[in-house]
Design a protein. Structure first.
Length: 575
């Protein structure tokens, strides 16, 4: 007896079999609830910016003194695939892109180590290198737009910053940014005539401003059994405070900042614009808060938590006439896609079950209906254990696998029914013999399918890790279906089919084939025995094949690697 028969005999009467079934289904439910939901698979492609400034240098000088040496150093770092450089007026930017699958933190450490080892080779006047990593998680998953007919974008920005502080307290929020409006600032406009009349240089003004804006600890003193800390500072909160700074002393008289300049309190230069428009209210000023999640966090959960936190803080932080709209929510779209694919997964399972019920019987279909969800549950748990997320690639792999993984259960159930109907042994022995008879061919067929699918996981480049969940998930599903076919399927087949076959044993034994085999045999006998119907059949197959291939050049079907996105947004690019 082979391994399939021994497994079936071990678990046929075991009380652990239903517990294993329930545990597998429970593990699948936990995997669905605990696996992060995202739109696309998270591919690790580390990109690191190295920024070095050299004030006063021309673009040609920054290229020769900064860009080229840094490029040479970065090519020495293992795992680097591409380097992009830009030399500007007094600044250099080198972007290092590592190979797909490299760890971001490890790549950052490599770049830091290489740069610090060559710090002594930096030219005089160059600043220390600034290393800034980028990843796919930097892309915002949520955008909240504040708009109002009463307030301008500068005032809305001040309100948005307060709301941004609230969103930063959410545990899985990695980065937030406010887009639109300008920050409040103090502007000092020096007057050359007054500077010359007072005998004050711009350098003295700058030095006085730096000193006035500092805070220093002046020491401490004890009095009355208490120790007092003394701090010297001069908080600059208004334009009048800034104008009262003494920038110099000439002829024994102080020269104030307001004597040599014009001090104004205003907003900075605008570098981004945000406008909110509707068909009813028209356009209004707006600012947007973007929210990015941490690596591995559930986009749906983070987006939902941010919206709930915004709703809680809205009445406390925002005026009543400031509206907040969710203008981007990738967490919601990721949840919708995952839910839609899970629905399609259920539809596919029920469709296969209905098909088996038509051709084999409802009892056999019920056995398969137990085997398929258990297999899918084990596959989902394997995805969760391997760190994959629920996205349209992983769920597509499960839908793709249903048509394959159901074969094991169908073959085992049909052969068990045949042995039970023969009534040569008792039901337990007949069930074990039915599994053992098809065990080795089923194992061979399963590993043949895995051998055909698994090489897809070896694809290199960007598409490798992107499409890898398909061969990995299908292979895990095939192995799980094989185990279910040898352990769980015989258990339920013995209980659902044993009494059914025993009841049919009292009926007259059918001597001829049933209706469908007779219909099939008549068609095949005609095709094999008569050349004219055979030629017509070949011609029909060729016509159907040519018609199917012609759908592509005739543009009657659209061919894409992935289905179209269904997002409530679009992009307009003006060149």
């Amino acid at each position: 007896m082979g391994i399939a028969g021994r497994l079936a005999r071990t678990f046929l009467r075991s009380k652990l079999t239903p517990l294993v079934t329930l545990a597998s289904l429970g593990a699948g439910v936990l995997a669905i609830l605990g696996t992060p939901r995202e739109e696309e698979p998270q591919i690790s492609v580390p990109m690191i910016d190295v920024i070095v400034a050299m004030p006063g240098a021309t673009p040609r000088e920054t290229e020769n003194l900064l860009v080229r040496p840094i490029e040479q150093q970065m090519w020495e770092v293992p795992g680097v695939e591409h380097i992009y450089s830009m030399a500007g007026q007094g600044t250099a930017l080198v972007t290092v892109r590592f190979k797909v699958g490299q760890d971001l933190e490890t790549s950052v450490v490599k770049v830091h180590a290489k740069l610090f080892a060559a710090m002594d080779r930096l030219p005089a006047g160059a600043t220390p290198p600034l290393v800034k990593p980028h990843s796919i998680d930097d892309v915002p998953i949520l955008a909240l737009t504040l708009h109002s007919r009463r307030y301008g974008s500068d005032e809305l920005r001040r309100l948005a910053i307060r709301l941004e502080d609230e969103l930063r307290t959410i545990p899985d929020v990695a980065e937030t940014a406010v887009i639109g409006g300008t920050a409040r600032e103090m502007r000092v406009t020096l007057d050359p005539a007054r500077l010359a009349a007072s005998g004050v240089s711009p350098g003295e003004v700058a030095q006085a401003l730096q000193g006035a804006n500092g805070r220093l600890q002046a020491g401490e003193f004890a009095s009355g059994d208490q120790v007092y800390l003394v701090r010297v500072d001069a908080p600059l909160e208004t334009a009048d405070d800034l104008g009262s700074i003494v920038v110099a002393s000439r002829g024994g008289a102080p020269v104030y900042l307001r004597n040599v300049s014009t001090v104004t309190e205003s907003f900075g230069e605008r570098d981004s614009y945000v406008t909110h428009a509707t068909a009813v209210d028209g356009a209004s000023s707006a600012v947007t808060i973007s929210v990015a999640k941490r690596r591995g966090a559930n986009a749906t959960v983070v987006a939902r938590a941010a919206i709930e936190r915004m709703d809680q803080a809205r009445a406390r932080l925002l005026p009543a006439d400031v509206q907040v709209d969710v203008t981007r929510n990738y967490g919601e779209t990721a949840s919708e896609k995952a839910s839609e694919l899970i629905l399609h997964l259920l539809i596919a399972t029920l469709s296969v079950t209905a098909l088996i019920a038509v051709f084999l019987g409802w009892r056999e279909a019920l056995v398969v209906l137990v085997a398929v969800p258990v297999t899918l549950a084990l596959t989902l748990f394997a995805y969760y254990a391997m760190g994959y997320s629920l996205n349209r690639i992983t769920l597509f792999a499960l839908i793709f696998s249903i048509g394959i993984l159901v074969d094991d259960a169908i073959v085992v159930v049909e052969n068990i029914y045949r042995h039970l109907a023969a009534r040569e042994f008792d039901p337990d022995t007949a069930t074990v013999n039915g599994v053992d008879e098809v065990g080795n061919p089923t194992i061979l067929a399963t590993f043949a399918v895995i051998a055909a699918i698994l090489p897809m996981a070896m694809v290199s480049g960007m598409m490798g890790p992107y499409m890898r969940p398909i061969p990995v998930g299908a292979s895990v599903a095939m192995l799980a279906s094989l185990a279910v076919a040898f352990i769980i399927t015989p258990y339920f087949a013995r209980r659902l089919l044993g009494s059914h076959v025993a009841a049919e044993s009292t009926r007259p034994v059918r001597t001829g084939p049933s209706r469908f085999p007779r219909f099939y045999a008549a068609i095949m006998r005609r095709l094999m025995g008569d050349a004219r119907p055979r030629r017509l059949f070949y011609a029909a197959v060729v016509v159907l094949l040519v018609g199917a291939v012609a759908l592509l050049p005739l543009r009657l079907v659209n061919v894409k690697m992935l289905p179209f996105d269904n997002k409530s947004e679009f992009q307009v690019i003006v060149d």
